[in-house]
Write a protein that binds this ligand. Structure first.
Ligand SMILES: CCc1ccc([C@H](C)CC(=O)N[C@@H]2O[C@H](CO)[C@@H](O)[C@H](O)[C@H]2O)cc1
Length: 820
């Protein structure tokens, strides 16, 4: 293809202001058939997106060429969720043409920021797991790792959240309403996917067993490719599968006038990739969810085998050339599917196939919550995937035979079964993923330890070397360079730009913490970002805040273990104190919340209503609203997050120890100069290690103390009755002032906290309130605060997703870079 690139015109995808202007106009005229006077903002956005996409694809085809040429070993990342965020700004940074583009557009009287704001992000994920997958793609491309990411092209992503009368209201996310300029359909890359039916076992003349799966239905999966560009480096592909009917129109039915049946197959098939399941950390157990998982796994494995054979390789060497990362158990049916493809379709012997399979897969666990560990009913698998159930039983029996020889107790062995036959028999997908993988990792040092001590302890005893840790990371290019250009510029002016690809270079900022002039520049940048955030808050909620206020922020999915309601108890304690003492002891503070609740999660939705009700009370109370403001920002997304993190002073990471596997928002806040108040949970532990305990506001029980407390028996009512301040706050939950005449409004929260309090809010309450007093003391010493803020950023090098990916490459994948 080299000579193609030299053809006149082909090469004209330069990066200069003029080149960009020319291409932009070409796209407007010739791709959209528009002229500026009639073009809409979305037309301008699409033209610029197509202009930039060309330059991204140029990098992609060159990268692909290199990977093929070097016959490189590669990584396939399988995830049911991705949260890439808006592409345009990130691609302009990674092509290093932000300023050129801004000037080119200015010459056409167009404003880059307005055009950037036009982009609708693909909300193809719920939260941490999906965003992590997208951060990892940015780092895989930037580090030049031969890789491809597979997922599902949901027609409707995570629901849009509106707050009406203080309640979360969900609406459909029509992200594809305006065309998606970043994807390219690949009709030639499509595969058949079977469901249901039965299996037929037969023996051929030399008595070899043949198993055929006679499906009930068949659909087709078609690939849609989105190029993901690294920084000044390679590009890789995000290949998302869309479900379609093998036959999209049944003419026979149509001729019989049965118009519904004519399109019924089409409708039913397309349903599979219609919508993302909005559950985060709790199972839906719905058949359609399993269909979605098997659908994209089947297409992805068939595509990987196609790519492998295309290179003239044998399937027996698949594990030498490809390693497949399972992003939690959502794609873990892949273990059974690869066995089916190798044994039934490609006639490999079971043992050979198992060797290839076990040496191909690696599995990442992202949660310890029992309610989030996937277990699929055997009956459901028998109906939907009869051949896979047979294979899972075979894997189970061979595994049990293998461990019977080892000194494991009967109780231990039954605990390790892939099938849990207590009650309605189910398949433990975490066990299938662990048995079928050569490596299993958690996502923070604490979490990986707990994984080996609790959920998968028997397997860790059996295969200690199989278990490892890779602490999560974030791409600092999007979450600092793109979303906080003011701070990025101040950093680059003082320590150069190498931090863009080597985040450890931020360490060079440490000496500046002692420099008064630098500190004031630093806090000036923060103040400008807070003004920007204040504007957004005003636009989205109508609430006015003063940028000088302390911005105390908690943004993440709403979940009881993340303890948003502990923050509310703290806010109420301040409010009641000010009302009682008729004087305010706290610095003016704006408490900002954001996050979606799974639609079926009653308590989470109640917690949103609690936050908005406390907000209404405080924001409209003239005695306190000069000092305190409470804001709930609707429809949290990557796009909104990019406005929130740069404007934060205090980052709330207050989950009960042992529950947050890692957290990644904690890293994004600290990287943008916010100080953290948090528990020793997930990656908070490592952030505190890196930034220094003196630069971290710690409170609460440790995981060990939580376990002891639970073991010895926990009595929240006792704590309530012995802490007068806490009692007043808890009782306020059912007060008339707060509930405005509906005393039952928060009864469920009140009862839950006084009777169960499963996440130990009352236990950690006083320690939290005391630490917040300390926060306010430090806040009243701006030089001290600025120093701590600079030292936090200076020590965030470890938390780049570049470091995480390097860990995966060295500790798990054994894959090297192939830079273009
Ligand atoms: C079956 C429903 C379901 C859906 C999503 C999930 C995800 C694993 C939930 C998730 O996003 N977990 C978060 O993953 C992040 C990335 O590793 C971590 O930083 C968070 O701590 C963890 O909660 C579990 C169960």
């Amino acid at each position: 293809t080299e000579n193609y690139f030299t053809q006149p015109g082909v090469a004209n995808i330069g990066l200069s202001k003029e080149d960009i202007k020319t291409s932009f106009l070409e796209k407007l005229f010739y791709s959209l058939g528009r002229i500026p006077v009639v073009a809409t903002k979305n037309d301008f956005y699409t033209s610029l997106a197509l202009t930039v996409r060309d330059r991204v694809f140029r990098k992609y085809v060159k990268s692909l060429e290199q990977y093929v040429e070097e016959d490189a070993r590669g990584v396939a990342y399988l995830s049911a969720e991705y949260l890439p965020g808006p592409h345009l700004g990130n691609n302009l940074l990674n092509l290093e043409i932000m300023e050129e583009t801004r000037e080119a557009l200015a010459e056409l009287n167009l404003n880059l920021d307005e055009i950037l704001n036009e982009e609708v992000e693909p909300g193809l994920g719920n939260g941490g797991l999906g965003r992590l997958a997208s951060c990892y793609m940015d780092s895989l491309a930037t580090l030049g790792i031969p890789s491809i990411a597979y997922g599902i092209r949901y027609e409707f992503g995570i629901f849009k959240q509106e707050i009406q009368d203080g309640w979360q209201i969900e609406s459909t996310d029509k992200w594809l309403h305006n065309r998606n300029p970043w994807e390219v359909i690949r009709p030639e890359i499509s595969f058949e996917v079977k469901f249901g039916g039965h299996t037929e076992h037969s023996r051929d003349q030399d008595n070899k067993l043949h198993i055929e799966w006679i499906p009930g239905t068949e659909i087709k999966g078609t690939a849609f490719d989105t190029p993901i560009l690294g920084y000044q480096s390679n590009a890789i592909i995000l290949r998302l599968w869309k479900a379609e009917a093998t036959e999209s129109f049944d003419f026979a039915a149509y001729n019989l006038g049965d118009y519904y049946r004519a399109v019924e197959k089409k409708m039913r098939s397309e349903n599979i990739t219609k919508v993302l399941y909005p559950n985060d950390e709790n199972l839906s157990g719905k058949e359609l969810r399993l269909k979605q998982q098997y659908f994209f796994v089947c297409c992805s494995l068939k595509d990987i085998i196609r790519l492998h054979l295309l290179q003239g390789r044998k399937l027996e060497t698949l594990h030498e050339k490809f390693t497949i990362q399972l992003n939690d158990t959502h794609p873990s049916i892949a273990v059974a599917e690869l066995m089916r493809l190798l044994v039934d379709v490609h006639q490999m012997g079971w043992e050979d196939a198992w060797k290839v399979t076990q040496n191909t897969f690696a599995y990442t666990n992202h949660t310890l919550l029992p309610e989030a560990l996937e277990k699929w009913p055997v009956n459901l698998l028998r109906n939907l995937l009869p051949r896979h159930l047979e294979i899972i039983y075979e894997i189970n029996s061979r595994f049990i035979t293998e461990i019977r020889e080892k000194d494991f107790s009967g109780e231990q062995i039954s605990r390790m079964f892939l099938i849990d036959d207590r009650g309605e028999p189910t398949v433990r997908m975490a066990h299938l993923a662990t048995v079928g993988s050569y490596k299993v990792n958690g996502v923070s040092a604490l979490h990986s330890g707990l994984l080996q001590e609790q959920v998968l302890k028997d397997f860790a005893q059996l295969w200690p070397k199989k278990f490892t840790n890779v602490t999560n990371g974030i791409t600092h290019r999007r979450f600092l360079a793109v979303s906080n250009p003011r701070l990025a510029a101040l950093i680059s002016e003082n320590i150069g730009k190498d931090w863009l690809t080597q985040l450890d270079k931020l360490k060079g900022l440490e000496p500046f913490a002692a420099n008064k002039d630098f500190r004031s520049k630093w806090m000036q940048v923060k103040l400008e970002n807070k003004k920007n955030l204040a504007t957004h808050i005003k636009e989205l909620t109508g609430i006015e805040i003063k940028p000088e206020m302390l911005l105390d922020i908690q943004v993440k999915r709403i979940h009881e273990y993340k303890r948003q309601h502990l923050k509310v108890l703290h806010i109420l304690s301040l409010y009641l104190q000010i009302k009682k003492d008729k004087q305010n002891t706290v610095p003016p503070t704006a408490f900002v919340f954001a996050g979606k609740a799974a639609p079926g999660y009653f308590m989470a939705k109640r917690i949103i209503k609690l936050i908005t009700s406390v907000g209404d009370l405080i924001n409209n109370d003239p005695e306190v609203n000069g000092t305190l403001k409470v804001i709930f920002l609707p429809n949290f997304s990557v796009k909104l997050a990019q406005h929130v993190y740069p404007g934060a002073d205090l980052s709330e990471q207050i989950s009960m120890a042992g529950k947050e596997a890692s957290g990644t928002g904690n890293m994004k806040f600290a990287l943008n100069g916010a100080l953290t108040v948090g528990t020793l949970d997930g990656a908070n532990v490592e952030i505190r290690e890196e930034v220094g305990e003196e630069n971290f506001f710690l409170f609460g029980l440790t995981t060990e103390e939580v376990a002891d407390k639970k073991k010895q028996g926990y009595h929240p009512y006792k704590i309530y009755s012995e802490n007068e301040n806490l009692k007043r706050v808890i009782d306020f939950l059912i007060s008339d002032e707060l509930t405005k005449g509906d005393p039952e409004l928060f009864r469920s929260v009140y009862d839950n906290l006084l009777n169960q309090d499963p996440y130990l809010l009352l236990e950690d309450y006083q320690s939290y309130v005391d630490q917040m007093e300390n926060v306010y003391k430090v806040w009243q010493d701006p030089e001290k605060w600025a120093q701590m803020s600079i030292l936090n950023v200076a020590n965030m090098g470890k938390f780049s997703s570049d470091r995480s990916i390097k860990d995966y490459c060295e500790k798990i994948w054994k894959v090297g870079a192939v830079k273009v």
